[in-house]
Design a protein around this ligand. Sequence first.
Ligand SMILES: Nc1ncnc2c1ncn2[C@@H]1O[C@H](COP(=O)(O)OP(=O)(O)O)[C@@H](O)[C@H]1O
Ligand SMILES: [Mg+2]
Length: 437
Amino acid sequence: MLPIGAMRALRLTGRFFLVAWVFFAALVVYGARRLFTRRGDVERLRGEMLASTFQRLGATYVKFGQILSTRPDLVGPGITEPLSRLQDQVAPVPFAQIARVLDEELDATTRARLVEIEETPIAAASVAQVHRAKLADGTQVALKVQRPSARAQVERDLVLLMLGAKLVSLLPSVRLLSLPGAVERFGDAMKGQLDFRLEAANNRRFAENFASDEGIHVPRLFDELCTERVLGMEFVDGVRATEPEKVGGDRVALAARGLRCILQMVFKDGFVHADLHPGNIMLTPDGRVVLIDLGLVAEIDDELKGPWIQTFVAVSQQDGKMAAGLFYSYAPTVSKHIDYAAFEADVLAHFQSFHGKPLHELEASVVLGGMMNILRKHRVQVDPVFTVVNLAMLVAEGLGKQLDPKLDLIAHAAPFLMEAIAVAPPPRPPRREVPTA
Ligand SMILES: Nc1ncnc2c1ncn2[C@@H]1O[C@H](COP(=O)(O)OP(=O)(O)O)[C@@H](O)[C@H]1O
Ligand SMILES: [Mg+2]
């Protein structure tokens, strides 16, 4: 038997070689672009390879891939699509380990109140698993419990990820992407996921924002069951929005409610669920929409509210010139070599492609997706918050239309937009002037 230190070193070295292999393979694929005539083919190949590698590397990489899949401004659809299919489901750890975390986190009285905990989890992902339980008075609870090894694993993976990022950044063509910075920001987000008190705080803020809306909820928390590694909440008896066909009741009302929920987060509260996919939205038979998994949020800066609301207005009025100007003048960075006239022409052509269509026939996915492609092509960066908002709108549309094919996104959004424009604080001055021809 090898001593533990040596085993650990071996395992680390093994992982390092796996990572090195990935970057090597990535370079090969990068080089392969000459062999293909169509850009899309190369991109899809890269995307599939990245996805399968992340899956093999495990939890932290899967999360990294999932987050990358939500950045259509950074990588093209050929890459986001395979990455968005990455699954964070893993084999559960033995229940004894979960019980030990509960013993360590909860005081004896509280621990004793949990009279029945189902040993088989409802869900098991890399950071936590969720168990159904009962309190002494019969109340059903959902216990989200952190895996004992989660923190150590995340920390180790982040070290390797950073090393990899620094290595590939030695290549001049990659340096522009400022990968180490991206990995650092991702690391902060990932570490935030390890402290469930943040999720509890976000939960309380959402609860307050939606207090006056009967149909929209977040799970009620049991304060004494909420610690750094345990989140005890109301058990929501419903189906996940990934299976909208299983939802009974008034689907049209439910669609409108789900859409309203997302519009309110985006346009009114400026406090948005940033891991918003149908798996994190639950629908109950009595017609409630419940948001879960609230660890990641995006806050919309007050000063930026105005400009990006204007951007939505430009899109809904099909005003390409205005949209191009807004994206350009508020972009965090733009390429030094930008040809503004060509950029604007691409935006105008994109808007032209759906000109004259009635507003309710516009698909957010087509409008926003096309816009992201143009921004990426001309290297006009988008504020990361905007991409969260963008995705929220796409989820709203996708889910809403599954429940109610006639759902009119723009008609529902209009009053939110008007209200938001009326109360928006003075905008931040643009970062740069739009060049005049
Ligand atoms: N309060 C709850 N009531 C019922 N089921 C829940 C509750 N919270 C989580 N779940 C189930 O557990 C799954 C994982 O929980 P989630 O908070 O999304 O964790 P993860 O970060 O692992 O995705 C959810 O998709 C849902 O099926
Ligand atoms: Mg989830």
